[in-house]
Design a protein around this ligand. Structure first.
Ligand code: FE
Length: 208
């Protein structure tokens, strides 16, 4: 959390982001999680950057193998997709159990439903950012799945994330602005991490 009084953290919500399933493969294990931090950084060669929370098992797999896919979520992706990939850990669940996901040439799974494009990438450098690892990666394959519009973070907040239930409004505590998880207690510890989406205390707001 910033201690600088002239930094209003909500200002950062004015930056525009997309939403992605980032997936990786380690041996026979497939896994993926949700990120909003992907962008193209150079055109020649075509390179992207992604930042992945270190608490995500997918991050361990990318650090080990140096290879990942981005599936670009489209506006029709429902909240259940975010729950499935974003609010569970691949450490204790198999997110691909009972599914037959498609794979790109690098062998990594991708999402063909609720997505409009797929990008495969190979890591060329990584930087430890504390909570996250920042990767710079060369794009090795890229294709469009359909003409649906990519889902932005703003679209997710306005149209996809469920509106607070009456039950939440009656409870006392703090609600996660990202996923809606409710912490019932006072105060919210400064080092609290949302058990669903892994965002920190700075992304919680007091229920009033
Ligand atoms: Fe959350």
């Amino acid at each position: 959390m910033s201690n600088i009084s002239n930094v209003d953290a909500n200002t950062l919500y004015k930056l525009s982001y997309g939403l992605y399933v980032i997936s990786a493969k380690d041996g026979g294990k497939d896994n993926g999680c949700i990120i909003n931090t992907a962008c193209q950084v150079t055109n020649s060669p075509i390179r992207i950057s992604v930042a992945v929370n270190k608490q995500n098992y997918t991050n361990d797999m990318i650090r080990k193998t140096g290879v990942f896919n981005l599936s670009v979520l489209s506006e029709d992706a429902p909240f259940s997709v975010f729950e499935h990939f974003g609010f569970k850990s691949g450490k204790d669940t198999d997110k691909y159990e009972g599914r037959s996901p498609k794979r790109t040439a690098n062998g990594v799974v991708y999402e063909s439903e609720y997505c409009c494009a797929v990008i495969s990438a190979k890591v060329i450098s990584e930087t430890d950012l504390g909570t996250h690892t920042l990767y710079i990666a060369d794009v090795t394959e890229a294709f469009t799945l359909n003409d649906s519009r990519p889902q932005t973070y703003a679209y997710y907040f306005e149209n996809v994330k469920p509106k607070p239930q009456a039950k939440i409004e009656e409870s006392k505590g703090y609600v996660c602005k990202i996923c809606g998880y409710v912490y019932e207690g006072e105060p919210l510890p400064d080092d609290f991490i949302c058990p669903w989406c892994k965002h920190g205390a700075e992304d919680f707001e007091k229920i009033v």
